[in-house]
Design a protein around this ligand. Structure first.
Ligand code: SF4
Length: 482
């Protein structure tokens, strides 16, 4: 690990910086209500959900369920309706339905120890620690994703999971910071040390921060970032659904030059003005003929020299799967590959698409470099999904699909940019909505940025942005030298 930072100085600077900024929603509810039950419920709602969405959902729920007795009278459907669109709202509604019975052994009162809190539905270590520290002011370290991320950026810990960060902090963080560290770093992580494009140019710690693994936003003082583009690709699983989860703000936070979107599931006349006119960006849309199905879009703040729709093959183009922006020196293709489907009914269709796409890339490559991004709907190697053995007969990991991907890399010469920088397992970009797969990191890496061999020299970095919520996929990112 690099030289240790002065944590007192860092946290004091953070405290000063966030003093007048928005307080994390759970802290706010604690201060406003002084009610451990509401803190517990709000904490359960807040997992994988933006603060504004949590605040609105909690307010709706508390109008009907201000006490555990009120909550016991609501059905799971009623709760789900009130808390929608928080992340995993159906699962959270089930947990909340079971909460009154789970609190019964504690006389209907929220317990004050971590072991007792962990017996409640939907309560993991993070929630339990947050309830202890915020609701009861007991010494506990809640490690939100921001705490885990920022402590690693600072090199104060070197851990690969929030649970390990909590254990590391218990050993070295001065006790007076245990309770406030979460709210401080959540507020700091939401406002300045953001997961994507942190505002290092404005940060009070910019002179002393080690900045491990950080790609700052294109700030006014970040000269290194001026000579490359940031591209992002994201399967949003329904642009109108993700709009309700804060898409416009997320896109602005991504601070990317070009953002390729897959699975828009919308016709242009179904899009709101806010989606079509995001300040600073021009957008292009290629929708499927069938309503509510497939579709791709691109937002760009760089003006392309031309925009090309489809592959020129009718059976694929009617499904709105390919959109290419042509720039001076390269093409950037946003692609939503077909899914081989249940019982592999569309495997042949998908393999034909794969082939047509590869031929299309070959033609484009004769003129300029080619960058291909999108949801490839295939995990290339065993390392790219949690349970490879169980999935060899399933869509997305069949030998036929993987063979094409092998060929795309070996025969056609494309480079899977993420693997240039990261050879670790468990690096996923898609998780099923079922079985809390995302919180358990049972996922697949099926979203890629690939470039032709000659373009590899321009690749600066490639990442998976797992902290970005809103879809069952997370975005992937490519930094590309001009
Ligand atoms: S300098 Fe950048 S990486 Fe470091 S704390 Fe500030 S915003 Fe975060």
């Amino acid at each position: 690990m690099s030289k240790q930072i002065d944590i007192e100085y860092f946290l004091k600077e953070v405290e000063e910086y966030v003093r007048h900024r928005q307080v994390p929603v759970v802290d706010l509810i604690a201060v406003q209500t002084k009610d451990p039950f509401k803190v517990l419920v709000a904490t359960i709602l807040s997992a994988r959900t933006r603060d504004e969405v949590t605040a609105r959902a909690a307010a709706r729920l508390f109008t009907k369920a201000a006490t555990v007795q009120d909550l016991a009278r609501l059905t799971v459907e009623e709760i789900a309706k009130m808390i929608h669109p928080v992340g995993f709202y159906k699962t959270k509604a089930k947990h909340l339905t079971r909460l009154p019975a789970a609190l019964a052994p504690f006389s209907g009162v929220v317990p004050r120890t971590i072991d007792e809190l962990l017996t409640l539905p939907g309560v993991g270590r993070k929630t339990a620690n947050l309830v202890l520290s915020v609701a009861f002011a007991l010494p506990a370290i809640c490690v939100d994703t921001h705490v885990h991320r920022i402590m690693n950026i600072w090199g104060y810990v070197a851990t690969d999971s929030p649970a390990k960060t909590e254990m590391a902090l218990r050993k070295k963080l001065p006790k007076r910071f245990w309770i406030p560290v979460n709210s401080l770093l959540v507020a700091f992580g939401q406002s300045i040390c953001r997961p994507i494009g942190p505002r290092c140019d404005e940060c009070p710690l910019r002179q002393s921060c080690p900045g491990h693994g950080v790609t700052p936003r294109k700030g006014r003082t970040m000269e290194a970032s001026h000579n490359h583009y940031t591209f992002v690709s994201w399967n949003v699983n329904g642009i109108r659904a993700v709009e309700k989860k804060g898409f416009v703000q997320i896109l602005q936070d991504l601070d990317a030059d070009v953002i390729g979107i897959q699975e828009t599931k919308a016709q242009p006349d179904q899009l709101s003005d806010s989606l079509k006119n995001i300040p600073g960006y021009t957008s292009w849309w290629h929708s499927a003929e069938k309503k509510g199905y497939s579709g791709v879009a691109v937002y760009s703040r760089i003006q392309p020299v031309a925009v090309h729709y489809g592959l020129g093959v009718e059976e694929f183009d009617r499904e709105g799967r390919v959109l290419a922006l042509e720039f001076d020196k390269f093409y950037l293709l946003t692609i939503y590959f077909p899914n081989a489907g249940a019982e592999l009914k569309r495997l042949d269709y998908k393999l034909r698409f794969d082939q047509a796409l590869e031929e299309h890339c070959r033609r484009l490559e004769q003129k300029k470099d080619v960058i291909v991004c999108g949801d490839f709907n295939v995990a290339h190697k065993e390392i790219d999904l949690k349970n490879p053995k169980n999935n060899v007969k399933n869509a997305g990991f069949t030998p036929e699909e993987r063979r094409w991907m092998d060929g795309f890399i070996d025969r056609a010469g494309y480079v899977d940019t993420f693997r240039l920088f990261n050879q670790q397992p468990e690096q996923y970009s898609w998780w099923s909505y079922r079985f809390s797969a995302r919180s358990k990191n049972i996922g697949w890496r099926i979203d890629y940025f690939c470039v032709n061999k000659d373009a590899q020299k321009n690749v600066v970095d490639a990442k998976i942005l797992q902290e970005v919520m809103g879809s069952d996929h997370c975005p992937v990112l490519l930094e590309y030298r001009m």
